[in-house]
Structures are given as structure tokens and as C-alpha cells.
Design a protein around this ligand. Sequence first.
Ligand code: BF8
Length: 634
Amino acid sequence: MNDTTLPVIERALLQVARDQGFATARERLEVMSPQCGFGELGTCCRICYMGPCRIDPFGNGPKTGICGLTPDAMVARNLLRDTVGGTASHVGHARHVLLALRDTLDGKAPYQIKGVDKALALAKKFEVPTEGRDIKDVCRDLVNIALEDFGRQDEAPNNWVSKRAPLVEQELWKKLGLMYSNPHNEIETAMHATSMGNDADPMSMMMRVLKMSLIDGWTGLTLCVDLQDILFGVPEPAVTEAAVGVLEEHSVNIAAHGHNPVLSEKVLEWAAKLEGEARAVGAEGINVVGVCCTGNELSMRHGVRLAAHNSQTELILATGAVDAMVVDIQCIWPQLAQVAKCFETAFITTDDMVRIPDAMHIPFEPVHADENARKIVEQAIAAFRRRKAKQQPVHIPQLKSTAVAGFSVEAIIDLLRKLDAEDPLKPVLDNVANGNLFGFVGVVGCSSIKFRDKAMTEEMVKHLLRQNVLVLTTGCTAHICGQEGLMNSEATLRYCGDGLKAVLTVLGRAMGLDGPLPPVWHMGACVDNSRIVDLMVALAERLGVKVGQLPAVGSAPELVQEKAMSIGGSFLALGVSCHIAPAPRILGGPMVTQLLTRDLKDVTGAVVQVELDAKAAADWMVGHIAEKRAALGL
Ligand code: BF8
């Protein structure tokens, strides 16, 4: 592996780990390479114990599984299970937030309703009366509507999809049999259908993939974000910083990692409350920094600085400066506990679903949030004291970039109102029409060690900006863009084409900034992909077209997690085409491959493009946007 082509921050972090003799994921990947070709193509089945069965897609050897399952059915079945994994993760997160909101309203959990306007806006959508009512009663009605979705057995349409999704697309989903009722039942049905001896029709399973993705989009993401906004407030733009240089040698450093702000909001609150205790043991203060999607949640709502994306999580521990890494759910590498053990770092798991050998486990329950969060912060202070007592050396590469986070749709529309109070989306659409704003790309998803040495995300984004494409980002790609300095005014001047530069300059002025608005808009965590969808829906409705007709594309340039698959599927169901790298594990199934890369166009209007080269990927997206523009007469 060639370290010299890594982005400078990754190289510096890797050096820190190497200097201390740590093997990292890069070395672990190297010893595992070449990886299993059957697995990569999706033609390995280990669902029953006659197997594992492996089908050689080149025609040598077995042509079906022992039970007779065809390669396409095998590929589709594996893909459906991936999608179930992604959807179950987001739906589980959403349900956790829902129950925390219910407990808050019942006076059992110590949170407040910070997003009153969001609650009122949702009440309008769900036809909940608000006139003269206490906001808590309004929220209670919304909670009951959401709870009904998780409990119903009557097959009536799911409330959140039917009230939140655009109506034209819902008509298509009804025709295709994709509308759903209870997300839990659908997850059960998909697991049942993919167990041995059930669905063997690849097309039937591919429709289930789309349905599962729809559940991810509207229950896993939209419901989750709607309720998080009610509890924690709607994000507003705030200046922050990104990269490992946000760690501070003489402060108690707490890295909040995972996904669920129900935990991290409380940790942040208690870090502020226990500043005095930290100073009493010689610290300059408590420095809460964000990792992965929890980092995004905190940066969106509080401007908390971003320390690391997923493939850097073990590397920031190797700095020796992290006193506590507190995690909740999803994307937590077991390796973190092993690296933490080499330092005084308290690696703290909090969710019963995420038990990791050698981690310290402090159960976090929303109803005991204050005691639990206090305990976590106290552990961090104790670890700092041990670090200082042992004079443990720290190695913090002094690298970081300024970034703006907090681009909620509400904040974007408020900003646009300064240009046109009556019709805020008009200035955007005018600039799309005159070509200054060529189109939009949602660059989302993970950071992959398989792509870091070619800086896939950064390079692709720069190619898009040069061609006047506005980039909306979430998840670990948001960290990557922040670290690369793509989320500040200088990036607009340095990387954007003249049209996009002009648009962002006007917007920057409207916002009262010295310079233009950044060209890459940080819209949050992976669940916040619903914000990108909400923005696209608003633009489409204003234009009177379907979402899939907009000059917009999705991209997951460094796919790692199953969740990225189900999110991508939710874009496809909306008719938004997606670029992805690496190839999903479908290439062993010719029919499935053709469906996703070509024939899906006749079903939802979208296709998937696999492209591993950054420039070629950007060029494909720009070409696709050009086709959409032409179809709109632009
Ligand atoms: O939900 S981007 S590696 S942290 S899966 Fe995970 Fe991927 Fe990061 Fe967030 Ni999303």
C-alpha cells in the first residue's frame, strides 16, 4: 500500500500509529488481500448448512447452489439482507429517539422540547391541532402517531411515509407495491423471505430491496431526524473545525462517537457542568470533540469540532490524547478497545447492543441520562488525571481546517428568504435555469481505507465544484470534506467554477459573511440524508416536477456500511440516480446488475453507476445532470 498518496492528515495520523508500533486497518487489509472473489461478486451463500455454496460466475464449476438457487437469486438475497441490516440500524435508532421523546413528555427523561417550530410544522403536516394547545400535548399527539406506525397490524399505510413523502412518488410506490405499514413487520418478512427455502425470484427480492430502502428513508431517516429536531432543536449554520488538530494536550479530551444524540447531547451538557472538576485536576478544560455521525450531530447543533471519520477512529486513539471515547451504536470498531488499552484512554460503551471485550461499559438509559452522563464525564476526568500523572506522551498532528456546519433545510430557506421573502426557492431555481448552478450532488456515506490513498471523495468533490455543481454532504464524507478545507469561503474561491462562485458570493453576502458561502454544505449525519431529500422535494414541488427530474444525483464514493446501501436504495426509489464505489456485491448476478445499472430507469427513473476513478465519477454525474437539464428544457 502506498502511504505517500494518502491525504496529509491521514498520513500524519498513520505515522503516529506506526511510530508507536501499532498495526492499523491498512495492515490488516493488506494481510487479508486478495479478498474473496466469490464474496465480492455476491455469489457466496452461507444461509443454510448444506453450504457454504459458491458459484463461479465465469461458468467454471457449479452453476447453482446445492438447493438449486441461481446466481441472480443468490446475489439478490444477499443484497436484501444487506439492506435489512442498514434499515434495521436506522429504524432502531429512530425508535430509540421516539421512546426518549415519549419519556421526556411523560416527565421521566431529563430532556426538553427545543424544536418548538419543528413540532408545529410537523403538526401541520400530520393534521394535529395546535391552536391554544400546550406544545407538549402537540408533541404527544405526534409521538402517538409515530408509535402507531411501530405497532400496527392492519396494513394501513405507514403514517410517516404517507404524510411526509411527496404525493406523486407515493402514487408510483403504490403501483409498484412498495408502500409499507409497520417497519418491524417488513424487516421480519424480509428476513423470513431470505431464509432457506423461501423467495427464489431475483426480481421479487429486488422489489423487496426497494421497499426496505423506502422504509429506511421515511422511518429510519425522516422520522428519526424529525423527532431529534423536536428534542434537540433544528440546526443552524455555525463555524467549527475539522481534523485531529482539534484535540488539546492539556484538556480533558472526550471523543463522542456513534450516532445517537440522545447520549451525546447529555455528555456535552455534563462536560460543561463539570469544567470545575476538570480544572481542579489540572486540566485547562473539557474538550468534547466529535467522531463519525455523533460528531456530525454535535457539530450541526452546537458547532462542536470534528476530530475523525470512521477510518481514523483507531488512529486518533493512537495520539494518546483522547481521555475518553464514548460510543453508542453503529460503526464502532472492536479494535478501538484494544488501542485504548495501550493508553489511559477510557473506552466506554453505553448500549447493551454494543458490548466489546475490554471496553468499560456504562449503561446509558434516557430516563437516567443525567447520572449516566455525569459518570461518563467523571471517567474522562479520571483518565486525564492518570495520563498526566504518568506523563504519558501525546502526539497530536497540528492539522485542522475551518468548516461551516448546520445546513438544515429550515436554515437554508431562512437564508434564501433574505433574497426573496415571498418565494425563497426562486433565486435558486433562477440560477439553475441560467446555468450558474449546474446541479446538485449529495455526496454521502463512509470513508473507506480502500479509497483513502487516492483521496476519492475529496478529488471527486473538487471536480464537481469546478463544474458548478453544489455539493450537499452528510456522514463521514462530511468529515472528509471538512478536513480537506472544502467547507469554508476559501474553498469557494479556490475550487468553484465562476457560476457557482457567483451564487455563493451572493448568498454569503446575504448571510452577512465576509466571503462567499462554502461550496460543500454540511447537512449532518447519515440519518440527515433526509434533509437532502427534504430540500430536493421542496425544489421539485416548487418547480412542479418529480424529484427524479431535478438536475441532482447521489454519490456514495467510499461505501463501507450496509446503511449506505439502504440509503442509496431510498434515493433510487425517489428516482434519483446514484454513483457508488466500490461495486456493490451484485456483479455475479447478471440480471440484478442489469436491473440496477440500466433497467431500473424504466421502473423508478434512476440508475446506479459504479465508478472507482474520482474524475470519471464526477464526469458521469455531470453528464447525468446535463441530461436532466436538457429534459427540463434547460
Ligand atoms: O452512519 S458514514 S462509516 S459513521 S455508516 Fe458509519 Fe458510514 Fe461513517 Fe455514520 Ni454513516
